[in-house]
Ligand binder design. Structure first.
Ligand code: AHM
Ligand code: MG
Length: 336
């Protein structure tokens, strides 16, 4: 490539969110600062995730490396990075993390108006084998900026989130973000050389591929609606003649990777049993999928309209293209 052919007109995440803020005259820049803290945390986590294998090669045994230093587990380390950067941003009031049983209430002096619910490193079963994992986050603004923040500020339906996103640590590091009511999902790829998230996926919309994604090993525990749907994507309906093309099965076992693929390629992702946590797994992904033109459901109702009863409450989730999620909802209606 000749020097003059090199692209230098790229948009960074920082630029993009600053621009957004400028278009909202009432905005004071708090959310911009908060998102910049999240973006820094994700860069940092990306770095430790990518170094992890190497640390093992140089000899990690039973939690200590060759220098006899304690090597922290990646999920614990990622949690500390998120908590510290979010607290230091000065813009948060409450932090809810998958890693902590209780919510963290930020002390006066560092307190702001946003509540962040996050899973610092999701996909625990994939961490040790180097398969894609990710950070997931959903953001609320406290209801009363003069009052004392309380759990009621986070135990709210997902429709009230102001923004949500995830960062996937895969073959590249990609941060995907949406804002409430924007109907726009943008993806930014980390350029490790300049340390910036660069806009690579503007206005992502769900693809059209026929893919189903589920841990099918659990089939014996699934509702009849899910079993019926699975049958319909694998076998032709009774009496069918002519050509039938079954769907492709794809399942990473990291929600971030499975949802990322679903947004880019299309299809459906399901975790019916109620393993996934509402506040920091189901809600953020649902806001993103809806904004990308898809649908997210519990099977019986819109996921974002659920009100979580506790910080770590779980739900079954079905998300993907409208067409596919509608089929599952229809089966629930028929079989309930
Ligand atoms: P985790 O928070 O312990 O990582 O669990 C959440 C993960 C999701 O990323 C993924 O969708 C699911 O659990 C996979 O579960 P399973 O291994 O049962 O298929
Ligand atoms: Mg998780």
């Amino acid at each position: 490539t000749k020097r003059e052919d090199l692209r230098t007109d790229f948009v960074t995440l920082t630029n993009d969110i600053l621009q957004r803020q400028q278009h909202q005259p009432q905005a004071k820049g708090d959310l911009t600062i908060l998102l910049s803290a999240i973006s820094s945390a994700c860069k940092w986590i990306s770095n430790v995730v990518r170094k992890a294998e190497l640390l093992k090669v140089i000899g990690v045994t039973g939690g200590t490396n060759v220098q006899n230093e304690n090597v922290q587990k990646l999920d614990i380390l990622s949690n500390q990075i998120m908590c510290n950067l979010l607290r230091d941003s000065g813009k948060t009031a409450i932090l809810v993390s998958e890693e902590d049983d209780d919510a963290i209430f930020i002390e006066d002096g560092k307190k702001g108006f946003y509540c962040v619910c996050f899973d610092p490193l999701d996909g625990s079963s994939n961490i040790d084998c180097g398969v894609s994992i990710g950070t997931i986050f959903g953001i609320y603004r406290v209801k009363d900026t003069h009052g004392k923040p309380s759990l009621a500020d986070v135990l709210r339906p997902g429709t009230e989130m102001v923004a949500a996103g995830y960062c996937m640590y895969g073959s590249s590091t990609v941060l995907v973000l949406t804002f409430q009511g924007s109907n726009e999902v943008n993806g930014y790829t980390l350029d490790p050389h300049i340390g910036e998230f660069v806009l690579t996926h503007r206005n992502m919309k769900l693809g059209k591929k026929k893919i189903y994604s589920i841990n099918e090993g659990n089939e014996s525990t699934f509702d009849d609606a899910i079993k019926g749907y699975l049958k319909s994507v694998k076998y032709p309906p009774p009496g069918h003649t002519g050509k039938f093309t079954p769907y492709s099965a794809r399942y990473v076992g990291s929600m971030v990777a499975d949802v990322h693929r679903t947004i880019l390629y299309g299809g459906i992702f399901m975790y019916p049993g109620g393993k996934l946590r509402i506040l920091y797994e189901c809600f953020p992904m649902s806001l993103l999928v809806e904004a990308a033109g898809g649908k997210a459901s519990t099977g019986r109702k819109r996921m974002l309209e659920v009100t979580p009863e506790s910080l770590h409450a779980r739900s079954g989730i079905i998300l993907g293209t409208k067409e596919e999620v509608d089929k599952v909802e229809e089966l629930y209606k028929q079989l309930d």
